[in-house]
Design a protein around this ligand. Sequence first.
Ligand SMILES: Cc1cc2nc3c(=O)[nH]c(=O)nc-3n(C[C@H](O)[C@H](O)[C@H](O)COP(=O)(O)O)c2cc1C
Length: 189
Amino acid sequence: MNSVIQSLQSRNSVKLVQAPGPSDEQLEQIMQAAMSAPDHGRLRPWRFKRIPAEHVGHLLDLAVQALADEGTPYTEAKIISTRRWLEQAPVILAVACYIDHSNERIPHQERVLATGAAVMNILNASHALGYAGYWSTGLGTYTQAVPEALGFDELEYEFMGFVTIGTPIAEVRPKERPNYKEFYSEWTP
Ligand SMILES: Cc1cc2nc3c(=O)[nH]c(=O)nc-3n(C[C@H](O)[C@H](O)[C@H](O)COP(=O)(O)O)c2cc1C
């Protein structure tokens, strides 16, 4: 099988990852791969912000507070497991879609889809380089305070969560994937 196809078909999301993560050069390759996502109107709506290791604790505190304030608090156990997830992940990216209000031609949905496609390229490029990625909309993604603190004000951005990248901590077992034929048919007018 063609190696690119093989890589695409073997990708798995892995939440718990540790060092080594991608080198600076590899991270550049991964992020550049995101720039090849399809993008109607060349709006380049995707925005990525790396969370440095020294600020992970602050981000978690923010999320815990925001979730409590909005009436959906994390349990102590959830706080501990989330801290373990974030503190071990070599790369943490916050993802947002910039809503350029000056452009009224391209529907909102298409901008969000383009950003999602950019994340997909990040996940696939990470996997191709021997790492694993994971997209999460936990950690207060849908609160008001977390996106705002990250600089993604809800008036201008659709906040789309976090991506972590690194080396899987446990062995990754191949997942059973559905047969595409369940989702594919030929149109008969
Ligand atoms: C936009 C988006 C947000 C997600 N957020 C979460 C999440 O918060 N928690 C979770 O358990 N899985 C979440 N997932 C699912 C995982 O990232 C992953 O796709 C899932 O575990 C299936 O693994 P696979 O990608 O190997 O099929 C999300 C997926 C997407 C596309």
